[in-house]
Ligand binder design. Structure first.
Ligand SMILES: [Zn+2]
Length: 212
């Protein structure tokens, strides 16, 4: 067990949070992930929850990321062995079992998934390394923003002027010790209040296609 979390983990989780913020803007449940190769420290895939637009209940962020790998990067089934997946919400049982089958090395997630979590919260089905709790407050706030928006079916108000959004209390969840010191810092409102441009996605696509 490492005592300190590599700063690189924070950087990649920030990107996943940013992608979730993008998902919120396009009316998807704001859950997103990125997959990074350890050897090159390069982004190899990303996924945004796509269940609303596709009307496919299984189009979770992790599934979307796997599809992107198959389409654009590699058909090699051992491709994920050197990779970490960063996802804002704990993978559900279905996604956890897919990641297991594909031999992913490591998963870092934010908020626990109380109903369907497959990395220990409901079931623990993985052999891969798991780190839990990184930026979980940001992940939860994005989900609250989404439900708030759904309920009102109105344009999303600026976060800080939205008094109905609970921004102070968070459910207790298991957080790995490496992460607790990082989470004690302030919430990253900069990521939550900023809507990423469409070009942001294009830039990610470019990174994935560029060979290491
Ligand atoms: Zn899932």
């Amino acid at each position: 067990m490492g005592q300190q979390l590599p700063p690189v983990d924070c950087k990649w989780m920030e990107l996943a949070v940013k992608l979730s913020r993008y998902a919120l803007e396009v009316n998807e449940t704001p859950i997103a992930c990125v997959i990074v190769n350890h050897d090159t420290n390069k982004l190899v895939s990303y996924g945004i929850n796509y269940t609303n637009a596709s009307l496919r209940g299984t189009a979770h962020a992790e599934f979307q990321a796997m599809e992107l790998i198959r389409e654009k990067v590699s058909n090699d089934s051992s491709f994920l062995q050197n990779c970490t997946l960063y996802v804002t919400v704990e993978p559900c049982i279905m996604c956890a079992s897919l990641l297991q089958q594909l031999n992913i090395k490591r998963v870092v997630f934010g908020a626990s998934n109380d109903r369907f979590g497959g990395n220990g919260t409901v079931l623990k089905i993985q052999d891969y390394i798991v780190l839990k709790g990184l930026m979980y407050k940001e992940a939860i706030l994005l989900l609250r923003m989404f439900y708030n928006k759904e309920n009102k079916s109105a344009p999303l108000p600026r976060l800080k002027s939205n008094r109905k959004l609970d921004m102070a209390s968070f459910p207790s969840q298991e957080i790995d010790s490496e992460i607790s010191s990082i989470n004690s810092t302030t919430i990253r409102w900069d990521l939550l209040n900023t809507v990423p441009e469409r070009t942001f996605i294009k830039e990610l696509d470019k990174q994935i296609r560029t060979p290491a």
